[in-house]
Structure formats: C-alpha cells, structure tokens
Ligand binder design. Structure first.
Ligand code: ADP
Ligand code: MG
Length: 606
C-alpha cells in the first residue's frame, strides 16, 4: 500500500516526465538535458575569475542547459562568449563554435588556451593534414572547443568526423549572418542546418548583437529551432550620449566637437576618398588624425589601428572597414559624418564609444539632402535582375569562362580590379554575387588562404584504363588515390607539398601534373591561393537562362530600403528619446527615457 502511494506520488510529481514527453525523441531529449558536472557559478569563478553573471548571461545559460535551442541577443561587448563557454566547461563533451572571421577565431582560441582550456580552430588556412589531426583530436581527445568557419562545415572530412564526436552544444556566433534579410548575410551560414541534421540531439545556441524581430524569426527558422526561444538583453547604453545635428557645414560641427570633447574617437564616413580628405583637413587644422579604409594594405591597416589604439593618433577617420576587433575601452566619441545604412550599423559603430562606462558621445551629422542621396545609393546597390545578369556575364568574361564551361571551377577573383575595370561600385557587385550564390550559380569566398582542392571527374574503371594507357602518369595518379581516398564524390582539400613529399616529385612538377590531368578532364583542380575566389556552382549559362528567384532579390532590396528608412526616422526624430528608438528597433518593448540624449535634454529644458 505504502509502495503504491509512493509510486502514485512519484508519477504525480513527475507528471511532466511521464506524460509531457511521450514522443520518443522528446523523451530522450529530456534524458539528454545537459548534465552539469559543476555549478556554473563555480566555473565562472574558476576559469574567468568573475563573481557574477552579467545581464542575461545566466538566463541564457539556464535555457541552453535545459537543452532548449536558444537565441541570445546582447550588445557587442556584452559578454556573449561566456554564454557558451561556461556551460561547455561545466559539462562533458565538446562545443562546436561557428564564427565567420578567422582573426576573431584565433583570438578566442588563444584566450581559452591561456586559461589552460583546450581549444582548436579549423579554417581554410590550414593544410588538409593539419585539419585531419585537429579533427581527430576532437573525436578522441579532450578538446573542449572546436571553432570552425562556416564554409568548412559541408566538407566531407568534417561531416564524417562530426558524427563521431561527443558534442555538448553548437554555438553560432554572429548568427544574423544566416538571414538574407539582415544587413550582413553570408550564404555559407546556411550550411549550419545540414550539420544540425547530422547531430539532431545537440542543442544550438545562436548569438548576435544585432537583429530586428523580423530577423530573429528568420535566424531561428534557418537554424531549425525546435521552438522559438529568444533571450534579449537591454540595448540601452546609459553612458552614451546620442545626438543628431542638422547642418550644412559639417566640418564646423566636427571642429567644435574635437575642441569640446577630450580624448580620442572615430569619425565614420561613407567613402574612401571622403576618409582621406577629412583626415587631411583635420591635420591641416592642427588635429592628430589618420584615415583608414579597405583600400590600404593589411600591414598599413594594422599599424594605423595600433597607433590609434595606443593614443598616438587621436582621431581615426574611417569607412565601415574599421570596426572588427577594436577593443579600445576609452573611446570618447564616435561621430558619423554621413548616415549609415541602418540602425544596426549605427548602433554597432556608435557603440564603440564608452566601453569603459564613462560618459561618451555618439553624434550623427545630417545635411538637408542626405537621406535622398543615400536612398539613391541604396537603389543602385541592389541592381535589377537584368543588371545582375549583366554583372554575371562580365565576371565570366573577366575570368575567361566560355558558355558551357566552368562547372565547379574556381578562380582567384580580385574584386577591386574587376570593379575598376568595369566601373561598377564594389558593394553592388557584392550584392549581385550574393544573389547569384543564393540561386546556385557562383559564390564569392571570403578573403583568406584557400588550400588547393581536387576532385576526380572520371569513374574508377575509366581511371584504371587511363593508368594503363598513360604509364607516365600512373605513378602520380596512384599516389593521389592512395593519399586522398574518396575524391570521387566531391572536392577535397589537398596539399601540393604533401603530394610532392609522397610522390617524390618537386612541388612545381606536382602542380604541372595536376594541371595536365585537369586539361585532360580527369580531375578538377583548384591551386592554393590567398585571396577571395569565385567558385562556379554551375557551368556558365547564357544570360537568358539565368533564373533569379524573385524572393531572393526583391525582398532583399525592400529590406535594405526599410532599414534606411528607419535610420532616416531616427535622424528626423525630434520627440522620442534616442536610446528608446534604438531599443525598440531591437524589439525591446518597455524601455525608459535615457535622460541624456539631445531629445531628453531638450525636453527637460522646455
Ligand atoms: P561579445 O561577444 O558580446 O561582444 P565578449 O564575450 O567578447 O562580448 O565579452 C566582452 C568582455 O566582457 C570580455 O572581456 C569578457 O571577459 C567580459 N565579461 C563577460 N562576462 C563577464 C562577467 N560576467 N563579468 C565580468 N566580465 C565579463
Ligand atoms: Mg563576440
């Protein structure tokens, strides 16, 4: 009797356990709820030395440790990394982190290693052998964090290994990159869904600093969330004083700012020439200033950034190329000489001021005609379908690919040279390429070291015949087959150096032989290189046969116009607290007046 009562009580207490999880997979996912070996506060203290969590960190960690797919929105510098690092350290297994930029990936890995935590990064800058070893360590070793670039996810090597790893969670950093309606869409992010399908029981944590409610929904959809679950931090910045100045004489306002505010800052402008001119003007007027844009060589950029970070240069006049990886805490002002394309972008850039919590200024300059001018620019950035097709043709001609040729071929693509030659604005070409990529024609890869790649295009028995007929190639082909099993189905990264070592040929000879096999249509071969590349997903088609799905293109442009319109409203606004406008834009419903911005101050005066 007592036993019966006990069982009864147990069933009632665990009602959820018995009845809510009847579906078998849901039942197992209940059992799978992340097992924590150590309280999360202890982990925070032990590895990071912090006593408490910030803002929504703890709430987000609780959510992911209950095995719920979770999207976390926190401003830059808010502490998103700890939201995946702490639960991963508190539990068994490995955490996969998808992140788009190699430089940031390396920083994260170094930081973790400095704490004695095993972390590795897999990106295209490594040789295939190095990647093999790293991934093996993830299967058999004690690696806790595997950082991976999104374009590595769909490689066969990765797909095979990932299923054998003991994975605690997948973290997707800069998750807004998966939304084509967002301001920074990267097609390679769409591959994350494929990996999720291979390891369906692993919960996913998506992190971003900027997503409107519309984009958050899109992120959760593309990352295959089991249910919607967004955790949003407060986006208001209490120490940042937002203001907008309408003026015909922007230079005068800038001089007043530089004379009135102590300390260093950034002035954002739209174009490279604009950056160079304004820096020059400031120097002529006795201010310490330098310019920064994407046209400078890498080394020069690094030097300029360091000069500014250390305080030797006071003002950086920059295009939006200046941003990633700035960790200067005492930036006292960020001025926008021209209006950014969206509130996301404005918030990110202005938010680089005042990281140390001290009073800082975010000033936006607007000339009467600005909005109309920028609308025209946006218009020109999102070309009509006919122009996308024409850019497609121009790229094909530039790369000397004839109609019917080029499937799976890759080419080094110097986008600056192309744009200069064809007189097309670079962002327009980028946008056209994103649309072409979404429709499966060609893809522009990010700028970094690409290893050589190889794939056989003939069947095994045909290859056997060739080996008999061409005795001079037999040794080489046999070596390739021995080294790279499985190159019959898809591209594999190879190393010409390794092939040289194993085959006994010189590296030059290896490259020649690979090209020869390529010309004989036996293999597809992409030499290694350090630069962005264009990869043809399809052979070159006549422009008339290029089909652009309207949903991949019309709405993209509409969304860009919508973002700019919101930015315009922010600039025109004379009534609502600026912090509130921004918070509302990011989906916060109950924000308060900041009391500091130009609007709040004006209200008080009245
Ligand atoms: P995000 O990715 O959101 O831009 P990071 O994860 O890089 O931000 O964190 C920014 C800084 O905040 C880091 O130096 C980090 O160590 C620090 N930080 C994060 N969480 C806490 C915390 N709970 N207490 C103190 N410092 C923290
Ligand atoms: Mg981050």
């Amino acid at each position: 009797m007592i036993l019966l009562l006990f069982i009864n009580k147990f069933v009632l207490q665990n009602y959820e356990f018995f009845f809510a999880y009847r579906h078998p997979s849901a039942f197992f996912s209940y059992l799978r709820t992340m097992k924590l070996n150590e309280p999360i506060h202890d982990v925070l203290k032990r590895y990071w030395g912090y006593n408490s969590f910030r803002s929504v960190q703890e709430e987000a960690i609780r959510s992911i440790t209950q095995d719920r797919d979770t999207l976390v929105l926190m401003p830059t510098g808010g502490g998103k990394s700890l939201v995946y690092q702490v639960p991963a350290m508190a539990s068994d297994g490995l955490c996969i982190v998808v992140t788009p930029l190699i430089a940031l990936m390396k920083d994260q890995v170094d930081n973790l290693r400095a704490k004695g935590i095993q972390a590795v990064a897999v990106h295209s800058g490594l040789s295939p052998r190095q990647i093999d070893i790293l991934l093996d360590n993830c299967v058999y070793g004690t690696v806790k964090f595997l950082y991976v670039a999104p374009e590595r996810l769909s490689t066969e090597v990765f797909r095979l290994r990932v299923q054998r790893m003991n994975i605690s969670l997948i973290a997707v950093d800069e998750a807004h990159c998966i939304s084509q309606w967002g301001y920074d869409f990267r097609p390679s992010y769409l591959r994350i869904a494929e990996i999720r399908k291979l390891i369906p029981d692993v919960p996913l944590l998506a992190l971003t600093a900027s997503a409107t409610p519309f984009v958050t929904d899109d992120i959760m959809k593309h990352l295959l969330f089991a249910e919607k679950n967004v955790i949003r931090a407060d986006f208001a910045r209490k120490n940042l004083i937002y203001s907008v100045r309408k003026t015909e004489d922007k230079d005068a306002v800038i001089f007043r700012l530089l004379n009135g505010v102590q300390g260093s800052g950034i002035i954002y402008v739209r174009t490279r020439e604009g950056a160079e001119k304004l820096a020059e003007l400031l120097r002529k007027n006795g201010f310490s200033a330098e310019f920064y844009h994407g046209g400078l060589p890498n080394a020069e950029r690094t030097i300029r950034q360091e000069e500014w970070s250390s305080g030797r240069t006071r003002v950086m006049v920059a295009t939006n190329a200046f941003g990633m990886g700035i960790d200067k805490a005492d930036v006292r002002f960020v001025a926008h000489y021209t209006m950014p394309d969206s509130i996301e972008q404005y918030y990110q850039e202005a938010g680089r001021a005042g990281r140390d919590g001290h009073r800082s200024y975010a000033l936006l300059l607007v000339a009467p005609d600005d909005l109309r001018r920028i609308t025209t620019t946006i218009e020109s950035l999102y070309p009509p379908i006919s122009e996308i097709k024409s850019i497609y043709e121009k790229i094909c001609s530039y790369l000397q690919v004839a109609i019917g040729d080029g499937q799976f071929a890759s080419f080094v693509f110097n986008i600056h040279d192309f744009c200069a030659r064809e007189h097309i604005y670079i962002d327009k070409v980028r946008n056209a390429l994103k649309i072409l990529s979404m429709n499966g024609y060609m893809t522009l890869t990010e700028e970094f070291e690409n290893p050589a790649r190889l794939m056989f295009t003939v069947r095994r028995d045909d290859l056997y015949k060739i080996r008999i007929e061409r005795e001079d190639l037999n040794h080489f082909i046999t070596t390739l087959l021995r080294m790279y099993n499985g190159v019959f189905t898809e591209f594999r990264a190879i190393s010409e150096m390794e092939i040289a070592t194993v085959s006994g040929y010189t590296v030059e000879r290896v490259k020649e032989l690979l090209k020869q096999l390529w010309r004989m249509h036996i293999i597809k071969y992409v030499p290694s290189n350090i630069s962005p590349m264009i990869i043809f997903d399809e052979e070159r088609l006549p422009a008339a046969n290029i089909y652009i799905a309207s949903e991949t293109y019309g709405t993209r442009k509409d969304m860009a116009e919508e973002r700019l319109e919101q930015m315009g409203l922010y600039a025109e606004n004379e009534k609502v607290c600026r912090n509130r406008i921004i918070s509302k834009y990011f989906g916060e419903k109950n924000s308060e007046d900041c009391g500091n911005c130009d609007i709040c101050i004006e209200k008080r005066r009245r």
